[in-house]
Design a protein around this ligand. Sequence first.
Ligand code: ATP
Ligand code: MG
Length: 288
Amino acid sequence: MLAPILEINVADLTRSFGTKLAVAGISFQVYRGELFAFLGPNGAGKTTTINLLTGLLIPDSGEVSYRGELFDPARLAVKQMIGVVPQHNNIDKELTVAENLRVHGVLFGLRGQMLHERINFCLDFADLYAKRHTPAGKLSGGMKRKLVIARALLHQPKILFLDEPTVGLDPHSRRCMWAFLRRINIEQQCTVFLTTHYIEEAESLAQRVMIMDRAKIIASGTPNELKQRVGHYVLDIYEDGNLENEFFIDRTTAMQRLEQLELSVRIRETTLEDVFLQLTGKRIMGDA
Ligand SMILES: Nc1ncnc2c1ncn2[C@@H]1O[C@H](COP(=O)(O)OP(=O)(O)OP(=O)(O)O)[C@@H](O)[C@H]1O
Ligand SMILES: [Mg+2]
């Protein structure tokens, strides 16, 4: 197997707002071609981190490097390499779908035939071609989200940052969005960095997951590695109306324990949510 290529290196990044420490000296790596999920509850510091990584905010200290080069937001070449989908849709509602893409393309230096081709490609790729003359404000929530993503892809970025791409989407639209994100990752060969509150989203989509809580990274690894940390099997033990969990490395040991207990017990496989609960002692808000 080929060694992974470093795409983003984050070293000791810190950012405060007044006395509030939003990002407290975090360090991590993202590798080329991976789909990387950044998980954490409200206020953990995810958006602040994305803003620091994409030049929307300046860090108090620490460094970000892309492909071995120190990130300087003033350099157009780096800006060309990244696409950003912000947490809140910032489309121009009065402009049509195609016009929204055109404005972005011009800002990124695209002109003429090239611009025309990229707009058509992105409309088609995001399944928005039939809506190209519709004012963006009239799209459904899922389509608006896809438009913001199509726009971020217009200048052919190598790395796509998405801040909560599926928030507010119904379960069907969310799964369509997952398929779309996988296509971006594989067909467009884009490294994808996304934040989410939805643990099942991270589990289903990402090769690696990083969990942030209260401005710090508390765990990272493949979903499997994270589960290994607490044990792959869990017993849900109900006693006097309370639910307790016990974790086990393998099913045999879990079964042995289950047989000892005379309480109401269920055995199941550990989920990422269990990992999160074990590591932080709290449930992610908004997760069903
Ligand atoms: N511009 C700002 N001014 C003051 N405080 C801020 C600002 N931006 C973020 N914060 C604070 O920094 C902390 C981290 O916020 P951030 O938006 O990064 O969290 P998040 O993980 O993206 O949360 P959410 O899941 O709700 O989007 C919060 O306490 C927030 O109130
Ligand atoms: Mg956020």
